[in-house]
Design a protein around this ligand. Structure first.
Ligand SMILES: Cc1cc2nc3c(=O)[nH]c(=O)nc-3n(C[C@H](O)[C@H](O)[C@H](O)COP(=O)(O)OP(=O)(O)OC[C@H]3O[C@@H](n4cnc5c(N)ncnc54)[C@H](O)[C@@H]3O)c2cc1C
Length: 255
């Protein structure tokens, strides 16, 4: 979906790639690797992690892609949990959960990631409240396929969810004076609070970010410019955004 180029610009090589769509196919792929003594790396359709974590060692290795292992999302309303295939994208998961009048308590800032990829890398949003802003702290179960002849298993992730809520967000662009004293208070006061610091501009952007009831007005949508450009396949738009970002960073001494 979002093709990535590795930082060293070289390709990853593997002896074989499998694209399982079901648990059964996934188990078969792991069994094949086990039988042929191949090392396994899992790759997602996003590869949002910039280092080559998913790159295998070469001809002694096999890739298992979760790009097509993304159909099941099951909400268990009584348990306040949702179980998803590991290749499900964060956006698909959020949409399904919200449709059923629930919310994920936390998520990273970028939605173009798979549920298992983000859990594997400790991805997080902001929050010190409750269980905090790391998604893995909201995981209540993971089923793994392991390479043992008698084993069986599934590759799903079960997350806790909450009754649906919206978030009320206000940005305050202000002086960075006393930032070091303010951040603790800010984190305690605002459940999803966040601060972006631009030292060369002597500016701090405090995000006042609190949960609101689901019935307050507003559509609860925060659209990314980059996502809109990606969807409309606007290459010019993306180039212009990149130019503007670069010019802005130069102007601010890289923030
Ligand atoms: C624009 C952007 C913004 C971001 N913002 C944030 C943010 O706000 N907060 C934050 O914490 N992170 C952020 N990240 C980082 C991102 O959340 C992580 O890199 C995340 O791992 C990406 O998920 P992915 O599905 O692309 O995983 P990948 O990068 O494809 O994989 C990550 C790792 O997980 C392993 N893996 C994936 N699926 C499985 C599986 N089914 N079984 C076993 N192993 C598996 C892979 O082998 C690899 O080692 C951002 C990244 C981008 C590109």
């Amino acid at each position: 979906m979002f093709p990535r180029v590795w930082p060293d610009r070289t390709n990853c090589k593997a002896a074989k790639v499998a694209y399982p769509t079901t648990e059964e196919e996934l188990i078969k792929a792991v069994a094949y690797a086990s039988e042929h003594n191949l090392k396994v790396k899992t790759v997602t359709r996003f590869s949002g992690t910039i280092p080559k974590l998913a790159c295998p060692s070469g001809s002694d290795a096999m890739l298992i892609s979760t790009s097509k292992y993304n159909s099941a999302i099951e909400i268990e309303p009584d348990q306040l949990t949702v179980t998803a295939d590991s290749g499900v994208s964060l956006r698909e998961l959020i949409d399904k959960v919200e449709e059923a009048a629930f919310s994920l308590a936390t998520s990273p800032y970028w939605e173009g990631v798979s549920i298992r990829g983000l859990v594997s890398t400790g991805s997080h949003g902001s929050s010190w409240s409750g269980r905090g802003g790391s998604v893995h702290d909201h995981v209540v179960g993971i089923n793994l396929v392991v390479p043992a002849t008698s084993s069986e298993g599934y590759a799903k992730v079960k997350l806790s969810i909450e009754k649906a809520f919206k978030r009320s967000i206000t940005y305050n662009f202000t002086s960075d004076v006393a930032l070091e004293d303010m951040f603790m208070e800010h984190g305690k006061k605002f459940e999803f609070g966040d601060i972006t610091w631009y030292p060369s501009r002597k500016t701090a952007v405090y995000r006042y970010d609190l949960r609101s009831p689901d019935d307050v007005s507003g559509n609860g949508v925060n659209d990314f410019i980059e996502k809109a450009l990606e969807t409309s396949k606007s290459e010019n738009g993306k180039c212009k955004t990149a130019d503007t970002t670069l010019a802005y960073k130069k102007l601010t001494g890289n923030g």
